[in-house]
Every structure is written in structure tokens, then in C-alpha cells.
Design a protein around this ligand. Structure first.
Ligand code: TZP
Ligand code: MG
Length: 280
């Protein structure tokens, strides 16, 4: 197929998908809107950016949710833009590097920041993650995540159960498709997170970590328990680096969250690629 014919095929594909988006059935379209098999990664990024512009102009408040991110079941590397580890770097540049390096999900973690600062940051990050087809997770702020149309919100046990919630659906009144991830530190936490219908859970901290110094490590034993019992996508988290990654994988983890071991290098994209290559 020549370049002109290819361009035409991709344009008509984009048009079909945009018309689908306009019906408003966003959750279904999120999984349909993948360009895999049709477009190269570069083309897919440009198509998603163009689609995003159409969606913003369409007047359909939910349309922007429809830009494709890979299904959670296929996500392997969950990276972070953690304000505490930026060391003067521009969060948007770090985000672009994480996307470039193959992060499947990116969490905005801004402990101690004022809500307005998180809002401004989240908006800027979404403008990068969405065209890249990478899911953005907002830590701690479900109302803001809904307001901005972020893909996920992540909450701790205390944030969720401690605040009196029992089911994650309470945080996403229909037709809002916001998905919720919950931290867990022991089997009982995981069981109640599954009962709450969490979209994913985090298992950790596996090792001691300076990112959460007060948290007690759950060890690989809890990772092995998760591998045997958890029925939704789950991510091992806490102190994971390239030296201990193999034992985390050997304990049954297929997905990991990494904060410091990705952000502690000037070449964030290359570090992501190193993790990603070993998570295939
Ligand atoms: N939740 C459990 S451990 C942790 C969080 C947010 C921190 C993980 O950071 P790092 O630097 O990858 O150990
Ligand atoms: Mg929290």
C-alpha cells in the first residue's frame, strides 16, 4: 500500500472511530479505540491527538474519555511523576520521557501539594499522556480525577475504607467511567478491595522504601499470595529496582509500580525501557 492510500485508510478509520465516540458509549469505545494492527506507534500518537482535538470540539462531555489506552490486563509498567523526585525537572518533560520509555500507566503523586496545584499539573500531564495512549492515574483526588477526565484515581486503604466507602462505584456516578485502584498491604486488605470491585490493586510495599519510609514491607510472601488469589490486575510496588526485579517476577508479579528506581536517573526513558524489556 502506498503512503497516500495508507493515509486515506487511516483517515477513514479515524472518522469511524470518532463517529462511534459521539454515541457516548465511552467505556466500550475505550477498548475499541486501539490502532494496533493499523498504525505505527508514531501514527497512533498523531491519530489520538487529532481525535482528541475533535472530541474537545464535539461538545460531548464524555468523548475525551474515549482515547485509547491499552487494556489494564496488558499493562506491565506503572511509573510515576512524583513531585518529591522531580529534582527541578519539568514534570511535563518527565511525563513525555516516561511515555517514550514505554510506561503503560503514569501516576501523578504530589503529596502535600494544594489542590489547585494538582489540578494544573494533572491537566498538563493529561495533554501528554492521552495522545500517547498512556493511562493517567491521579493519586488521592477522586473528585479532581472525575473533573478532569483522568483514567484512574488511586487511593489508600484509609482514603477509601477509612472515609466510609464500600464500593468503588460510589466514586464514579454513572456514566462516569473513572477507574479506581486501591493500595493493599495484606490479604485481608486485598479481599475487601476485591469486594469493593477495585479495578486494580497494588501489593506492597514489597521492600523497604524511602518513598514511603514509614510503611512496613510486606515481603515477597504477599506477592506470592497475590499471584495465587487476586482476580483483578495487580501491581507489585515498593522498593522495586533492576536488581530485585527478577525475584519479584519469580514470586508471580507480572505488573510493577516503580517510583524512585525510574526517577533517580537523568535518562528516565532509557530506565523505563530497561524495566519494560524485562516485563515482557
Ligand atoms: N505505595 C506503597 S510503596 C510506595 C507507594 C506509593 C512507594 C513506592 O516507591 P518506590 O520508590 O518505587 O519504592
Ligand atoms: Mg493516598
Amino acid at each position: 500500500m502506498g503512503p497516500a492510500e495508507r493515509q486515506l485508510r487511516l483517515s477513514s478509520l479515524a472518522l469511524t472511530r470518532f463517529q462511534n465516540v459521539r454515541t457516548g458509549d465511552c467505556v466500550a469505545f475505550r477498548s475499541k479505540l486501539t490502532w494496533r494492527g493499523h498504525a505505527t506507534p508514531g501514527e497512533s500518537c498523531r491519530l489520538n491527538a487529532a481525535l482528541l482535538r475533535h472530541c474537545e470540539l464535539s461538545g460531548n462531555p464524555w468523548a475525551i474519555w474515549a482515547i485509547a489506552m491499552k487494556p489494564l490486563s496488558e499493562c506491565r509498567l506503572y511509573a510515576f511523576v512524583d513531585k518529591a523526585y522531580l529534582a527541578g525537572r519539568d514534570p511535563e518533560v518527565v511525563t513525555a520521557c516516561l511515555c517514550d520509555g514505554g510506561a503503560d500507566l503514569i501516576q501523578l503523586r504530589a503529596k502535600g501539594a494544594a489542590l489547585e496545584e494538582v489540578r494544573v499539573l494533572a491537566r498538563a500531564l493529561l495533554a501528554i499522556t492521552r495522545p500517547a495512549g498512556v493511562g493517567l492515574v491521579i493519586n488521592d483526588h477522586p473528585v479532581l480525577a472525575r473533573e478532569l477526565g483522568a483514567d484512574f484515581c488511586h487511593l489508600g486503604q484509609e482514603d477509601f475504607f477509612g472515609a466510609g466507602f464500600l464500593r468503588v462505584a460510589e466514586l464514579r456516578p454513572a456514566p462516569c467511567p473513572l477507574r479506581i485502584g486501591l493500595s493493599t498491604h495484606q490479604p485481608a486488605d486485598a479481599q475487601r478491595a476485591l469486594q469493593a470491585a477495585a479495578d486494580y490493586i497494588a501489593i506492597g510495599p514489597v521492600y523497604p522504601t524511602a518513598t514511603k519510609p514509614s510503611a512496613k514491607p510486606v515481603t515477597l510472601e504477599y506477592v506470592r499470595w497475590a499471584a495465587a488469589h487476586v482476580t483483578v490486575p495487580w501491581f507489585a510496588i515498593g522498593g522495586i529496582n533492576l536488581n530485585n526485579l527478577d525475584e519479584v517476577i519469580a514470586a508471580g508479579a507480572r505488573r510493577i509500580c516503580v517510583v524512585s528506581a525510574i526517577l533517580d536517573t537523568p535518562d528516565v526513558a532509557a530506565r523505563c525501557r530497561e524495566f519494560k524489556a524485562r516485563l515482557a
